[in-house]
Design a protein around this ligand. Structure first.
Ligand code: ARG
Length: 258
């Protein structure tokens, strides 16, 4: 009898130890689209860096998990999260009603603004000007810029072909620089980075849409979502996340530009 109890205890201890190991080595996989500076982009060493990459890394470390980033098309992120291939998506992703039908979102950690990039000498001077017939707008496929422009063009009775979709913002901006399209609708911070990297472009002062960024999770994955939100809150309060944002979007530069 004693032997059986001892065996039972040994098995129990082993199981607990294995469970603890599995728990410790659990790696959180973040799905993103790394062509979206300063949120996620490749540095010169070929590593994915940026606000989202660092925030997620800090959250994983805070929770005691390993951390890995998977780069994919922006439009593939929700599916990766939904199918369990990734634990969460963090990609400057806007919270929208439609996406809320497919995934759950964390608390918001940043604000995004859809802006319009044009050539410096463009006849387009306000957001309203892009709704003139014949204006070709470039967007990053599956983003809110794509969704809003497609809807608004449709409502205005403009041809669907006047919206050109690109796999990432870089390619849309390249098409603008080379005169293939008249403007690009995209989030403000990447827009600033693209304009800084491509001479002859500017951002219109009028804003198109203001939105909230958050991480997305498989629907019903309450446990991880709650852990993520708790970590987000703690790392915001202790200054870690504000410092990450400040590193990539320095407020003095911001003020100087305004
Ligand atoms: N905020 C926009 C959206 O949610 C664009 C995000 C694009 N992000 C990226 N990593 N490429 O649709």
């Amino acid at each position: 009898m004693k032997k059986i109890v001892a065996l039972f205890l040994a098995v129990l201890m082993l199981t607990t130890a294995f469970a603890a190991m599995a728990e410790e080595t659990r790696t959180l996989v973040m799905a993103t689209n790394a062509s979206f500076p300063p949120y996620e982009f490749y540095n010169d060493n070929g590593e994915i860096v940026g606000i989202d990459a660092e925030i997620a890394g800090a959250i994983a470390a805070y929770l005691g998990y390993g951390f890995q980033i998977d780069d994919m098309d922006f439009g593939a992120i929700i599916n990766a999260v939904d199918s369990g291939k990734a634990d969460f998506g963090l990609a400057g992703m806007t919270v929208t009603e439609e996406r809320l039908e497919q995934v759950d979102f964390s608390d918001s950690y940043a604000t995004g603004v859809q802006v319009v990039i044009v050539k410096e000498d463009s006849t387009i001077t306000t957001v309203d000007d892009i709704f003139a017939d014949g204006i070709i707008v470039g967007v990053q496929e599956s983003t809110t810029g794509d969704i809003y422009i497609t809807d608004d063009f449709d409502a205005a009775g403009l041809p669907a072909d006047n919206v050109q979709r690109y796999p990432n913002g870089n390619e849309a901006v390249l098409a603008l620089s080379t005169g293939k399209i008249d403007c690009v609708v995209i989030d403000n911070e990447p827009a600033k980075a693209y304009v800084a990297a491509n001479p002859g472009l500017k951002i219109l002062e009028t804003e198109y849409v203001i939105e909230d960024y958050a991480a997305c999770f498989k629907k019903g994955n309450e446990e991880l979502l709650e852990q993520f939100n708790a970590a987000l809150k703690a790392l915001t309060e202790d200054g870690t996340i504000p410092a990450i944002i400040e590193k990539y979007i320095p407020s003095d530069v911001e003020d100087a530009a305004e």
